[in-house]
Design a protein around this ligand. Structure first.
Ligand code: NAP
Length: 397
């Protein structure tokens, strides 16, 4: 019995050795070379740190033969969108929209829907590979010449300026900007970071000052469109009235605090924009809540969200219910861009009904933030209609 067992064991060893040899050598004796990793879907790598500054990527560069309706949405949404268009204003096919942060979450979903509805869309992203991938996939799905992409990081003033310059050069008229890009938690590191030439906390720079500066730089293109709107994707969690004297978050920092403060400041300057330049139906300013959804930002920010907390290697308890809906089930950002209710009047703000901040309704506090942001960004705003205080501001005061 023992001999039989030993024999079997030796046999096992020999077979294992033969297996290893067989795996390393082919029949012809040449060494085994593992096959190259297949290229990622769309053919583009997504290295996180790959940055090449600001770049314009025309959609047609990446076009392939039409491959199918991968990204198409149901016709009912497009029909509903067309019903919400004012017949006296440009049709959806004639409108140009810029969507910031269009390579993920709400932004990507909204860009796809706008394309489906026939509009021209400029996708904005900060990682070249990712931007090219989505540009390529969306160009395939929509078979349209109406899609372009622009690369640029929103955490530095110079890059925002270059970004606006390149967009303005390609599109003299812009009918809508969706300020959707946002970050949290020190660029998802869990540590405070400074950007904007070390003058600002990272989340504050990306979420609040960058949209402020970008809007100021694209004002001529918005005004040239005749009917244009600027929509700010807001969060009802905005807060931090008592920290408005600490925009760099030097006194106090947590990822969530900086995010909430950035949204509060954004709401305040958005309201100022409306009061200074809102002139429906030519140019309107609004903020809206896109709705909770299971996105990278939400997973990082919410303690109750499920999934990996990217870069912190923290995984939430698996027994938490995955209650968050997908961005696809959220349509608020799409309606914000196409519903002409937002063109007929200016100045709907999340803080009017849901925010708890008092500072948003305080003209002095808003003016102070406006001035600080103007100084930090070097933004040059056009003169308001009346050179002194605009009428709307005086009424609000
Ligand atoms: N999700 C929610 O539950 C929720 C709730 C209320 C409000 N919101 C608001 O909805 C908007 C979209 O959020 P989301 O949940 O869809 O987040 P998301 O999936 O994480 O998308 C954020 C987008 O912003 C881009 N971005 C981040 N940092 C950037 C930078 N420095 N420069 C340029 N682009 C940058 C990201 O680019 P990459 O793809 O390259 O990372 C990404 O495309 C945000 O304004 C957020 O505050 C979301």
């Amino acid at each position: 019995m023992v001999k039989v067992a030993r024999g079997l064991r030796r046999c096992g060893y020999s077979l294992a050795a033969l297996g290893v040899l067989g795996a390393l050598l082919r029949w012809d004796g040449t060494a085994y070379v593992p096959p190259a990793k297949p290229p990622p879907f769309g053919g583009f790598e997504e290295p996180e740190d790959a940055r090449t500054g600001v770049l314009w990527i025309p959609g047609y560069e990446l076009r392939k033969p039409y491959v199918g309706p991968g990204w198409r949405r149901g016709p009912s949404l497009t029909e509903e969108a067309k019903r919400r268009i004012d017949p006296d204003m440009p049709s959806l096919e004639d409108r140009v929209f810029l969507v910031t942060g269009a390579t993920k979450g709400h932004g990507l979903e909204t860009a796809a829907r706008l394309l489906d509805a026939g509009a021209t869309v400029i996708l904005h992203g900060k990682i070249e590979g990712r931007l090219r991938k989505w540009l390529c996939l969306l160009s395939d799905a929509f078979e349209t010449t109406k899609i372009d992409a622009v690369l640029g990081d929103l955490e530095e003033s110079e890059e925002v300026e270059a970004l606006a310059g390149i967009i303005a050069e390609k599109h003299p008229k812009i009918h809508g900007i969706l300020h959707n890009a946002a970050t949290i938690d020190g660029k998802f590191t869990g540590k405070r970071r400074f950007s904007w030439n070390y003058k600002m906390e990272n989340t504050m720079a990306v979420n609040a000052i960058a949209p402020f500066q970008l809007t100021s730089l694209l004002m001529p293109q918005l005004q040239a469109a005749g009917n244009a709107r600027v929509m700010f994707s807001m969060s009802p969690t905005m807060s931090g009235d008592e920290h408005l004297d600490d925009l760099k978050c030097e006194r106090y920092w947590t990822g969530l605090h900086a995010y909430r403060l950035s949204k509060l400041c954004l709401e305040m300057v958005a309201k100022e924009m409306h009061l200074r330049y809102g002139n429906a139906p030519s140019l309107t300013f609004h903020s809206f809540d896109p709705g909770s959804a299971n996105t990278k930002l939400m997973r990082q920010g919410s303690p109750s969200a499920t999934g990996k907390k990217s870069a912190r290697n923290r995984v939430n308890p698996v027994d938490l219910p995955s209650y968050l809906p997908t961005p696809r089930s959220r349509k608020a950002s799409f309606w914000a861009m196409v519903d002409d209710e937002y063109q007929r009047k200016s100045g709907t703000f999340v803080s009017d009904t849901r925010g708890k901040s008092k500072a948003v309704h305080d003209p002095e506090a808003r003016k102070k933030i406006w001035e600080e942001f103007t100084e930090l960004s070097g933004a040059q705003w056009p003169e308001t209609q009346s050179a002194s205080l605009p009428k709307a501001l005086a009424v609000d005061a």
